[in-house]
Design a protein around this ligand. Structure first.
Ligand code: SF4
Length: 192
């Protein structure tokens, strides 16, 4: 495999090995939670797929497309703090007193609709998808976005190997409540 910037082949193998260990540890107990939010969120979306949609009006799992606002010192509002340099991403202005829905939304150029992970991932980082597929930054797509998507799919497969539905059915109520309603979900995305 060609070198892939921050995600070379050897690094990918190591990441997968560590992720597999973490996921195994996550499913080891049903009476206490190993609180790794990306695993929790993926398990939540697998055992309760409706939660991945109903709370966010069917939009993505990236909070920048639903309800995170970044207000700059000059009053401009953007959905994603990493895309302040793109005028088309301005969502509003405190000074000019306007606000629109987040412009960071799924686009037909993005591959999520054909992806095996879509049901639980739902476009985990819209910045990445926007830069790779709408702005067509090929290096970023190859070196960052595709490796991350590969890791997301790997995590989904590892989680499935541990029968998440059965684990959830055996889990204690406090553990289930944390999986279902952890407030941190409102501020993070799935990102290995
Ligand atoms: S893994 Fe990548 S392509 Fe698949 S749904 Fe998630 S963001 Fe989209």
């Amino acid at each position: 495999m060609a070198d892939r910037g921050a995600y070379p082949a050897e690094g990918m193998a190591k990441r997968k090995a560590i992720l597999a260990q973490m996921i195994a540890k996550f499913f080891r107990h049903t009476d206490r939670l190993y609180p790794i939010v990306p695993i929790m969120g993926m398990v939540r979306n697998k055992v309760m797929p409706s939660k991945a949609q109903e709370l966010y009006q069917g939009k993505t799992q990236c909070r920048a497309s639903t309800h995170i606002l970044n207000v700059m010192p000059d009053g401009r509002i953007f959905p994603c703090p990493d895309l302040l340099y793109l005028p088309e991403m301005q969502q509003g202005s405190v000074v000019e007193n306007w606000l629109r829905a987040s412009p960071l939304q799924p686009d037909p150029a993005m591959p999520c609709g054909e992806c095996a992970a879509y049901g639980f991932c739902r476009g985990n980082c819209m910045k990445n998808l926007y830069l790779a597929y709408v702005k067509q930054d090929e290096d970023y797509r190859r070196e960052v976005v595709e490796p991350i998507c590969e890791l997301v799919r790997f995590m989904g497969e590892e989680i499935d190997r541990h029968a998440p539905q059965e684990w959830f059915a055996r889990a204690t109520l406090p553990v289930r409540k944390l999986i279902t309603d952890c407030e941190v979900y409102e501020y993070v995305e799935i990102m290995p």
